[in-house]
Design a protein around this ligand. Structure first.
Ligand SMILES: Cc1cc2nc3c(=O)[nH]c(=O)nc-3n(C[C@H](O)[C@H](O)[C@H](O)COP(=O)(O)O)c2cc1C
Length: 343
């Protein structure tokens, strides 16, 4: 059962944005959109500080996932996605900005300093993505078995490239089958590790209200027992609520397109770029009536990374793997109140 107030994060009335009001209030308003970004296990590993005409976007490493994400790589994807939403919201509300990444040597948790000023940057391509922020949702159910048009695939790749990342689309059945094999292998490795199961279970514990993944009531019992890896695997790939076992065939049939996102470098700047590319791609997808969910497992296991790179035909470091298609309605996951993340 999801707490009612945690869902209201998605019901923002943008007409409440006060164009004549104090800048601090305007920035606060824009941050309501930043926190709608996706994050691994819905940890929401971010904090924000408004100071004059700046917003500091900070990583909240107390919300790290040390087993599945030991170097905070995915944590910085999430912060990058939140930063991207902030850029879109600022652009939509007509606020120009300049961004410095990792502005402080003394504090590596400050991942971006956003300075709002008339002399800043105005990116006309971002404002049209605004409505998609509240439409985007991770959809774990199988997608319609219909191809994603080539023009849409191109738009997804362009979105990633605009943020300095690379993307590749795999739509042929044999290619998707080979990726599904690797996902299954990675699932087995991860679920054989009790630390991984414990970490995942902690974030789908029913006591979570404003974060974590409380929507998987059907699978929670098995996970908390650490005893039913198959049920757990269903959570990772498909929503157990859809009642569909995550077999290979379902994974391939239910995923008409698999998209890999990669970066030339593999450092904290690249991870932030990958997160911004991810969110830009997801918002473009949402605008096209497409939805996505994650198959990062083979990338999270270092021994499988090289293989996934070659299946994706990417001559760069793979960072994210998603399935994209047309999905049924999915519920939004909750968000923490802004007061919890603003300091
Ligand atoms: C870097 C990253 C990795 C993710 N990995 C998974 C995953 O392995 N399995 C999954 O079901 N969801 C995954 N997600 C999706 C999150 O669980 C989801 O974003 C979160 O629950 C919030 O829901 P929403 O995206 O619908 O707003 C991932 C998200 C991010 C940003």
């Amino acid at each position: 059962m999801v707490h009612a107030s945690s869902h209201s994060a998605w019901q923002i009335d943008e007409t409440h944005f006060d164009r004549a009001g104090p800048l601090a209030e305007q920035l606060r308003f824009a941050l309501q959109y930043a926190v709608l970004a996706p994050s691994n296990h819905n940890t929401q590993p971010w904090r924000f500080l408004i100071d004059g005409n700046t917003v500091q976007v900070c990583a909240d490493r107390l919300r790290a996932l040390p087993v599945v994400d030991p170097f905070d790589r995915e944590l910085l994807f999430s912060c990058g996605a939140a930063l991207f939403n902030l850029r879109v919201a600022l652009s939509h509300f007509g606020l120009a900005y300049a961004i410095t990444l990792f502005p402080s040597d003394a504090d590596p948790d400050v991942v971006a300093l956003v300075l709002v000023s008339n002399h800043g940057h105005r990116d006309m391509a971002l404002a049209p993505l605004f409505d998609a922020i509240t439409q985007r949702v991770t959809t774990r159910a199988p997608f319609a078995d219909e191809p994603v048009p080539a023009a849409a695939q191109r738009a997804l790749i362009d979105a990633c490239e605009a943020e300095g990342a690379l993307a590749s689309c795999v739509h042929e059945r044999a290619g998707r089958q080979a990726i599904a094999d690797l996902v299954a292998e990675a699932d087995h490795i991860q679920f054989a590790d009790p630390r991984f199961r414990r970490e995942l279970a902690a974030w789908i514990h029913p006591r979570h209200r404003d974060d974590g993944m409380p929507l998987y009531g059907a699978a929670v019992g098995g996970l908390l027992d650490f005893a039913v890896p198959l049920v757990s695997a269903v959570v990772r790939v498909f929503d157990a609520g859809a009642g569909v076992p995550a077999t290979h065939r379902h994974l391939v049939d239910g995923s008409p397109l698999m998209v890999g996102i990669a970066t030339a470098r593999n450092d904290r700047e690249a991870w932030l770029a990958a997160g911004q590319a991810l969110e830009r791609m997801l918002l473009v997808a949402a605008g096209l009536g497409l939805t996505a969910s994650y198959l990062n497992q083979p990338i999270e296991i270092s021994t499988l990374r090289v293989q996934i790179s070659s299946l994706l035909h990417l001559d760069a470091t793979p960072q994210l793997l998603l399935r994209v298609g047309r999905g049924p309605h999915a519920e939004h996951a909750p968000r923490r109140p802004l007061s919890d993340v603003l300091f």
